[in-house]
Design a protein. Structure first.
Length: 92
């Protein structure tokens, strides 16, 4: 009889990849990290996580394991710039 791969939680995946748990949650939303919801919790198969990482490397996506560089502060600054541009355009 073969041993079936066990399901792991966010902490296990974060430890496996050497990142913070917050990164895991962000990657589920932003980068389609393979996760399965069980009630309110996420569960993972390490083999699926490893394949997701490999696919990112195969697609020359070197930033797959680095969080995006957008922050609420930079979003606010972009919003201000866009607002100024719209006002400038309206004023001629």
């Amino acid at each position: 009889m073969t041993e079936e791969e066990r399901w792991v939680d966010v902490e296990d995946v974060a430890a496996h990849l050497g990142v913070a748990k917050d990164s895991i949650y962000r990657w589920i939303d932003d980068r389609d990290l393979p996760a399965h919801r069980v009630g309110r919790l996420f569960r993972f198969k390490i083999s699926e996580i490893d394949e997701w990482v490999r696919q990112g490397a195969d697609n020359n996506n070197a930033r797959i394991l680095s969080p995006p560089r957008s922050s609420s502060r930079s979003k606010a600054n972009r919003s201000k710039v866009l607002t100024r541009a719209v006002k400038k355009e309206k004023n001629g």
